[in-house]
Design a binder for this molecule. Sequence first.
Ligand code: ARG
Length: 460
Amino acid sequence: SKQKLWGGRFTGNTDPLMHAFNQSLKYDQRMYAADITGSISYARALARAKIITQDEQNRLVEGLKLVLKEWEKGEFVIKPDDEDIHTANERRLSELIGPLGGKLHTGRSRNDQVATDMRLWLLGQVSDIENSLRGLLRVMVERAAKEIQYLMPGYTHLQRAQPIRWSHFLLSHAFPLQADLQRLQQLVPRISMLPLGSGALAGNGFALDREFLARDLGFQGIIENSMQAVSDRDFVVEFMMWASLTMTHLSRLSEDLIIYSTAEFGFVKLSDAYSTGSSMMPQKKNPDSLELLRGKTGRIFGNMSGFMMSLKGLPSTYNKDLQEDKEPLFDTVDTISACLKIAEGVIATLEVQADRMSQALEDSSDMLATDLADYLVRKGIPFRETHHISGRAVALAESRKCALKDLTLADLKGLSDKFDTDVTEVFSFENSVQARCSIGGPHVKMVERQIEVLRAAMGN
Ligand code: ARG
């Protein structure tokens, strides 16, 4: 333990199993750049407070940049006693520039350091994820614009309900994702709060200028309370909650598309690029991409709820339990980043089987029963009665084993004398969707409006 940064008060050695148990370097090394960025600003703040000279600052910064280069080139050599990314970087810095390296940590604790690194690192990831989400949304919106003429059955309870546009369906999944984009952007001001300069818990003993640190590191604000600064991981939780909700949206979209890609529905055909085969059944083409999107949602929920369990009973300030923030956060970032790219690829490449969609409509003209009731409403009959009359028409067609649209005018007149020759216009799926022309409906103008709203929200 003499080799360890904190070894001074120790006489005994760490149990090897304990050393491995405590070591986070294998996963936190991915924050190497954030750690060095934070340290460079900290060195500048030390010089501004005259704790070190300008020359010492320059040598520290030069040394830190050398350490960064080693990581970037894959040349950084990890030593067995390196506990985490913070101790590893500091150990290497001192090897490179000598005892001056030991001045860097003046007034700083790994507690304010790690909290700063996590926030810096996550901010970088959030902007990448934002771009991926935009990419997915763009593909959905452009598909919706291009394929606006396709009609399909819309479902409630997974039962054929009313005709809709394929684009209307697609956009019903795009809007929640657009809200996710907004929510992600709204996380940024809270992630971007600076813990550095809070010391271990009781603040910085060298009067460092935290406003300078915040400016230098590009943080939007400063955490006011040093005790909270070192213990707050709400930004990690919030991000994982955000990811859980976003994945819920991807999962529900996936579920719909899995169903639509079955032979029974056949509304969409997944591209080979996003499907896999069976090792036994030669004919199989499985929608594995969509199933994985659905399945990984559970894993993201697990990351979020698992870490919340770690937090719930913690006493104030830093406790080593907080090191358990990393693996779930990193896994969440990796998983959702991949999911967004896969979802974009699936949507961009799937083939719409418009003929199967219209066949499904033709097979079920009783989906126009609501339109039949609405027809009688326009002839002055109260809706409650028209609903009943239309229901009797459906029952009559069923007993005749014919389609609703194949009932004769005489049949219909037997149910209400308000039926007339113009009733044939009811039996058009196109007329049905076009009749729904209030904002939010599947009328072509209203679907175009949705596309415009989404394009405007995304700034293009
Ligand atoms: N690896 C630690 C973590 O991720 C760094 C902070 C350690 N602080 C301490 N006082 N032991 O949380």
